[in-house]
Design a protein around this ligand. Structure first.
Ligand code: FPP
Ligand code: MG
Length: 463
């Protein structure tokens, strides 16, 4: 079986066949060969921070990345070539990650970094004036700067309860990565450019309804995080106390519901049945994904299928369906809305794979949330599932959700002694490469370039 993995679960749409899917054992063997290739360019370094062993793949999480290591290859391949950007999200919990210094002024699209460090080829996605990759935060600075303000306004105008307002506004402080609204805005603008490319007189600007979808995506995401913090009993997020550390659980759960209710009203106001169905699917998926996380499967194959379906539902569905919704609003045909969906699905899967990897290699200070949390919550994510092939001793631990004394420490150690982290990264890289390939079929624009930059950011992020 080629590395084109086969699907073992439900991705929630017609794109099922494209879903990255895995027969763990065979994939491990295949992936291992690829990882051996990348091993030669990675200097593995073990560090001890407190009691947590960190393995850094030849990069300091806040300044360098695996992919940068890979860029030293003579020929750029797949994701390095397609994702380009060497900028990373990272550099310390809560704020401090890569962001523009100020709101961009109207002018040429600003740039972040050399797209092809060692290449003399012209890069079609670079800003023509600077030859550098487009910085999506700067490109969208104006829209993004008002987005959180507008969300807070929506919440405020729907309640007369000051405490409910405070709890529900707490995470809308502009300190998150804002990945979901950013991708929705980039896709909206890139698709508007593409759909109207032969009609120069048509206004290709962002539609108000598309901006609403970007806000709704962030609101659904935040509502789910608030509920998640209660479920996980986490007391730290984005470098500050989480909502449930500050307010009582019942109120926090209701604040999550409130955000979701306001987002639902905003969806209804769009008066577009197809968009309503697509965005409602997201909420169904989120709940089912979180529910799936409570269970585990007996066999390795079943477990990987379960993990991927859960990952799609818990993380990728929101990104995939919100970019699909903005494409639908632009009047794109079915093939274009499917392209948008697939871009979001691949990006979302990669995002969660990297998230699961960072849980093993980053510190809490770096993440702005508790590190090494998944094992402690009983969760077997991709690094553990891959590590099982080399260390079958992990199987009973997975089944008992790492509940016996010493399980968490042993599993952590096995993961680091296996290729589980490399294999997880490899899979994330495949999904980023696929997202970038899809974005490239849109007509050239700074927004398309932004969509490509995001693929690199997702892969290289350190928080
Ligand atoms: C973070 O997971 C959680 C999610 C991505 C989704 C959580 C979904 C629910 C709680 C279902 C309810 C949904 C709604 C819309 C109210 P994580 O714990 O892996 O990430 P973390 O480390 O950032 O906490
Ligand atoms: Mg959590």
């Amino acid at each position: 079986m080629a590395v084109s993995m086969l699907w073992l679960g439900d991705s929630g749409c017609s794109s099922v066949l494209n879903m990255a899917c895995i027969s763990t054992g065979r994939l491990c063997a295949r992936v291992e060969r690829f990882c051996q290739f990348s091993h030669s360019i990675q200097v593995r370094k073990k560090t001890t921070i407190g009691s947590t062993k960190l393995i850094q793949f030849g990069f300091q999480p806040s300044s360098r990345s695996l992919t940068q290591g890979c860029q030293r290859l003579p020929t750029r391949t797949s994701v390095e070539a397609t994702c380009g950007a060497s900028t990373v999200w990272g550099g310390g919990g809560g704020g401090g990650f890569w962001r523009p210094l100020s709101v961009a002024s109207a002018g040429p699209p600003p740039a972040v970094s050399n797209h092809a460090v060692n290449s003399h080829e012209a890069d079609p996605d670079a800003d023509p004036q600077t030859g550098k990759a487009v910085d999506p935060y700067r490109l969208l600075a104006e829209e993004m700067s008002t987005l959180f303000h507008d969300i807070r306004q929506e919440l405020r105008k729907n309640t007369s309860k000051p405490e409910l307002e405070r709890i529900s506004c707490y995470y809308f402080d502009g300190e998150g990565k804002a990945l979901r609204p950013m991708v929705a805005l980039l896709m909206a603008r890139a698709i508007n450019e593409h759909v109207h490319r032969h009609r120069p007189t048509v206004d290709r600007g962002l539609l108000p309804a598309q901006r609403q979808v970007a806000m709704i995506a962030e609101m659904i995401h935040t509502a789910s995080l608030i509920h998640d913090d209660v479920i996980d009993q986490s007391d730290f997020r984005r470098g500050k106390p989480s909502v449930n550390a500050l307010w009582e659980q019942k109120k926090v759960a209701m604040a999550g519901d409130f955000i979701l209710a306001v987002a639902s009203m905003m969806i209804a106001r769009l008066r577009n049945n197809d968009v309503t169905i697509v965005l409602s699917q997201v909420v169904t998926d989120l709940v089912q994904g979180e529910f799936m996380q409570l269970g585990s499967k007996e066999t390795e194959n079943e477990r990987f299928a379960h993990y991927l379906t859960k990952t799609y539902r818990k993380t990728a569905s929101l990104i995939a369906n919100s970019v699909k919704a903005v494409a639908m609003l632009s009047g794109a045909d079915e093939s274009m809305t499917e392209l948008a969906f697939q871009y979001g699905r691949n990006l979302g899967l990669a995002f969660q794979l990297v998230d699961d990897l960072l849980d093993f290699v980053s510190s809490a200070a770096e993440l702005g949330k508790p590190a090494c949390a998944d094992l402690q919550l009983g969760l077997a994510t991709a690094p553990v599932l891959f590590a099982c092939e080399k260390f079958p001793e992990l199987n009973p631990m997975i089944m008992r959700r790492f509940s016996e004394p010493g399980d968490v420490e042993k599993a952590f150690d096995y993961v680091h002694r296996s290729h589980g982290l490399d294999q997880t990264r490899f899979l994330a890289k495949q999904h980023c490469a696929e997202a970038a390939r899809l974005a490239r079929s849109l007509s050239t624009s700074p927004y398309r370039s932004g969509l490509l930059t995001v693929c690199g950011l997702v892969l290289n992020r350190t928080k």
